[in-house]
Design a protein around this ligand. Sequence first.
Ligand code: PLP
Length: 398
Amino acid sequence: AQTPLPVASASGVRLRLRDGRELIDGMSSWWCAIHGYRHPVIDAALREQLQDMAHVMLGGLTHEPVVALATRLAALAPAGLEHVFFADSGSVAVEVAIKLCLQYQRAIGCPGRRRLITVRGGYHGDTLGAMSLCDPVDGMHSQFAGTVAPQVFADRPPATWDESYARHLSDVVARHADEAAAVVVEPVVQGAGGMHFYAPEIVSLLRALCDEHGLLLVLDEIATGFGRTGRLWAADHAGVTPDVMCVGKALTGGYMSLAATLCAPHVGHAIDGGETGAFLHGPTFMGNPLACSAALASLDVLTSGDWRADVARIENGLAAGLGPARSLEGVRDVRTLGAIGVVQLSEPVDVASVTRVAVEHGVWLRPFRDLIYTMPPYVTGDEDLERITTAIVAAAGA
Ligand code: PLP
């Protein structure tokens, strides 16, 4: 196994290693440090919050950061997602989404609707419920056979609209609607399941199918939310409002673990009016004040700055810088969307060799499967971006 590189500190888009080397971070620490490291506004917000309290339980007590953040998120989310439930991580936010859907169907008198419909090639996290929605082959369901819930999988959505795929998807949803509570997908971009971009019209089709069959639509925006794809939400590419939406990762600007599951009033009200009278989930660190302060500060930075221009600039830089990889032997595809740039090889990558080449170029990359990719912080300047794309092309050609 590769020896991990010890990081001593990080600021802006640079990681400083203990031995003094500096690396430009092409990964945003698994896609969450959208404003870079040690952002003065977020640092200050955390220091200020520490003067009041780091944490207090959210049961029977409440506090300003959590109320403010719930209000902010509801205002930023696609219209109608008014209820916000805070969770500790993306995976837990997906568990919360699943439980919301199951409790909703039970509350409206459909307790038999317990399965979930999704598509192949997805990734939703590593806890058991989230895992059940990950691609059944790549998600290694066989290792946990008998424990991972058997969900319904349609094929992976194609990059461009395709009538025969639309028929397949419609057929899968229609066939399983009576036993299903919801459709759960990552909108437009499938991240850890293969950095695959698909036609936004498929998200619109799923919205229509869910309405037709009485299913809830859950969009997992944990990787795509907060501007990564060039729109605030990937769902905006399709103009779709889901019934339930998960956010995480960039929510705190990558400062600490916090995620949220938002839902429409009809979901929340049905559960409140159901046999339990409440949603059955209550994590210890729910709505942690310190994490909520980081999130509020990160949203301030995002909404007061020009992230749209930055992401568009990065999209152009990635397209121009990664283009030359197309002609390399062993490169199967090069694709970009927003601040996501992907070089897909014909064979699995040699992680150690790609890492070495990238580090020699002063860049941090973490490839997986057949993918060398970058999701840099939005504040990455043009020169640094060029170093990232040069490193990727060099690694792909090595
Ligand atoms: N959903 C999506 C789309 C993700 O990309 C991820 C993480 O990569 C998760 C859920 C899980 O989030 P976490 O790692 O915070 O549990």
